[in-house]
Write a protein that binds this ligand. Structure first.
Ligand code: SF4
Length: 184
C-alpha cells in the first residue's frame, strides 16, 4: 500500500520507515509538527528527517509550521502532565493533517511514527487515528519487536540529532525552557 507516514523526528522515522518497508509498503513521509518549540529545535528535527529520507529513499512533504494555532488549541490543557489531555489534542492535530495529506495525495492509508516512543501509549494514538480515518488508519505499535532499539542504532550510524524532550514548551525542562524563551 501507499502509506502517508506522519513523522515526528528523524530518529523515530528511521525505525518506523524501516518496519513499513519490510512489510512491503511504499512510504510517503509527512513532517508536520507545529508543537515543536522553539523553532531552532524544529529545524534540527527536520534536518534529521531529511537525512533519513535520503538514507531510506522515500519522498518527504513538509507541513506548515503553524505553531500559533497549536498553542491556541492546546492552551486550555497547558497544566496537564505529559501523556495527559494536552497530548491527546496534540496527536489529534497532527493526525488530522496527515489524514488530509493522504487524501489530497491520493494515498491508500496513513499512520504515524509516534508509537515508536517508549514514552507514548500506542493504544491512545491508535484510537485517535481510527476515530479520524477509520480503516484508512494503519494501527501500529512500532516500538514492538525492538523497534525503538533499531531506531537508536540507525540514529547512531547516521549521526542523527537526538532530542531530550518530547517537543512542546511544556515538555521542556525548566532550565531549557527559560533558555528557549530568551532566544525567542
Ligand atoms: S508533551 Fe509531546 S505529545 Fe504532549 S503536547 Fe507536548 S509535544 Fe505534544
Amino acid at each position: 500500500m501507499k502509506i502517508a507516514l506522519h513523522i515526528c523526528c528523524g530518529v523515530c522515522a528511521a525505525g518506523a520507515v524501516k518496519k513499513l518497508k519490510e512489510e512491503g509498503h511504499q512510504v510517503f513521509g509527512f513532517f508536520y509538527n507545529p508543537n515543536i518549540y522553539p523553532e531552532e529545535e524544529y529545524q534540527k528535527r527536520l534536518k534529521a528527517t531529511y537525512k533519513v529520507a535520503h538514507e531510506l529513499h522515500f519522498p518527504l512533504e513538509i507541513g506548515i509550521y503553524d505553531s500559533k494555532e497549536w498553542f491556541k488549541e492546546t492552551e486550555h490543557f497547558k497544566q496537564e502532565p505529559e501523556g495527559g489531555k494536552r497530548c491527546e489534542v496534540c496527536f489529534k492535530i497532527r493526525l488530522k493533517n496527515t489524514y488530509h495529506y493522504m487524501i489530497n495525495s491520493g494515498l491508500d492509508a496513513f499512520t504515524t511514527t509516534l508509537t515508536i516512543s517508549p514514552y507514548k501509549r500506542a493504544e491512545v494514538i491508535n484510537k485517535i487515528g481510527r476515530e479520524i480515518g477509520r480503516d484508512r488508519f494503519l494501527v501500529r505499535n512500532f516500538k514492538k519487536r525492538e523497534g525503538f532499539k533499531i531506531a537508536i542504532q540507525l540514529a547512531k550510524q547516521w549521526h542523527l540529532y537526538q532530542q531530550n524532550y518530547c517537543g512542546c514548551i511544556y515538555s521542556m525542562s525548566r532550565e531549557s525552557r527559560s533558555r528557549g524563551l530568551k532566544g525567542k
